[in-house]
Design a protein. Structure first.
Length: 375
């Protein structure tokens, strides 16, 4: 009694394809995998995915795609068979792959095994020709099934020892038109000058290869170059104008020193920059208090108010002079009280009015008219 023969194929899935926007299905489809000693089914991810679809009546039809735009894995050796009684499926696949007008080498049918999602397994059915040694008529065509995989990422090639070394950028830019004869003559003249400088200094053998020594830079004069002084700002230049006693010189490291004979006011101004300070009568420097600053601000506002009442706006040519003299005069008149307590509004307004009238001419005109009436 002879032993039964081992099967050569394994059934993976039997069902149909559901067409989009249609109630018709392409039924009678059978997916099977060839069993050989080269690989097992556990190493075939597409075969395992198709077996997991058992029990589902249909698979999802995705459309016709171009094989040149797809990257697929056909190592599973899976084929698609159509039942002879499935007339609609036979007509569809014959029209897709067997007509002379269709190009069977670049098209395929895309099928999804699950619902839409990022992890859905997708496969492609395409026409593949195989050679049959028993049949003398020629190669046969079968419907082969492959798994669609993502496109491989091209990795940059590692450098090799025989790769050319990168070159330096040219001295002359490409965008600028330069006469090549001028460049050649310039290089030749530089070579002649360099050779003339080398030959008288020593023997010719000692000078060979001196231009290609690594780690050495050509020496210039052999003298240390002192860095130039930093440029002064516009405000420092204006402060130096009109000073005959001394000029402030900037050090190369940013510090500021005074030339002999200067008064030392420049150094004190640099140290006190950013602080509001006031010189006392004994020469010391005292900081302004908050009360003094508030009183001066009130005086300035009152002066502007009185000037506006006397028809002297800010656009008047003498507004700036009258404003400064009146503000300083009132502050000087109240110097004994301006630092200790708030100045009374009535006293401040009376002094401001007196200064404004004096500088605007109202007091002089009133005195002159009174003297005329008295005579």
């Amino acid at each position: 009694m002879s032993s039964p023969s081992r099967p050569t194929h394994r059934l993976l899935y039997r069902g149909s394809l559901s067409l989009p926007d249609s109630d018709l299905t392409l039924d009678g489809l059978t997916f099977s995998a060839r069993i050989n000693a080269g690989h097992t089914l556990f190493e075939n991810p597409l075969a395992l995915a198709l077996e997991s679809m058992r029990g589902r009546p249909t698979l999802r039809f995705m459309g016709v795609v171009n094989l040149k735009e797809m990257h697929m894995d056909d190592s599973g050796d899976i084929t698609l068979d159509i039942h002879p009684d499935a007339v609609l499926s036979q007509i569809y696949f014959e029209n897709m792959f067997c007509l002379p007008s269709t190009s069977t080498d670049i098209i395929g049918i895309k099928i999804a095994l699950d619902d839409s999602g990022p992890d859905t397994t997708q496969l492609i059915v395409y026409l593949k020709s195989i050679s049959n040694q028993d049949d003398q008529t020629g190669p046969q065509c079968v419907l082969s099934v492959a798994r669609i995989t993502p496109m491989p990422v091209a990795k940059p090639r590692a450098p090799r020892p025989d790769d050319p070394t990168p070159r330096k950028a040219p001295l002359i830019p490409f965008g600028k038109a330069v006469d090549l004869r001028r460049v050649a003559s310039f290089n030749a003249s530089n070579d002649l000058v360099r050779k003339r400088q080398k030959l008288p200094n020593g023997s010719l053998v000692a000078n060979l290869g001196s231009d290609v020594r690594l780690g050495q830079k050509p020496a210039t004069d052999g003298s240390f170059k002192t860095p130039a002084l930093p440029m002064k700002s516009g405000r420092a230049k204006e402060g130096d104008k009109g000073k005959g006693k001394g000029i402030a010189a900037d050090d190369v490291f940013g510090s500021e020193s005074m030339v002999a004979g200067s008064s030392g006011d420049g150094r004190r101004k640099v140290e006190n920059k950013g602080k509001r300070k006031r010189d006392n009568e004994d020469g010391t420097i005292a900081e302004e208090t908050t009360q003094e600053t508030e009183n001066k601000t009130r005086i300035k506002r009152c002066v502007i108010h009185q000037l506006t009442k006397h028809h002297i706006p800010k656009t008047h040519p003498e507004f700036k002079d009258i404003y400064q003299h009146a503000s300083h005069g009132v502050a000087f008149a109240l110097r004994g009280e301006i630092k200790d307590r708030p100045i009374e509004e009535q006293i401040m307004e009376q002094l401001v009015l007196t200064h404004v009238r004096m500088y605007t001419g109202h007091t002089l005109r009133n005195t002159h008219s009174a003297s005329i009436l008295g005579t």
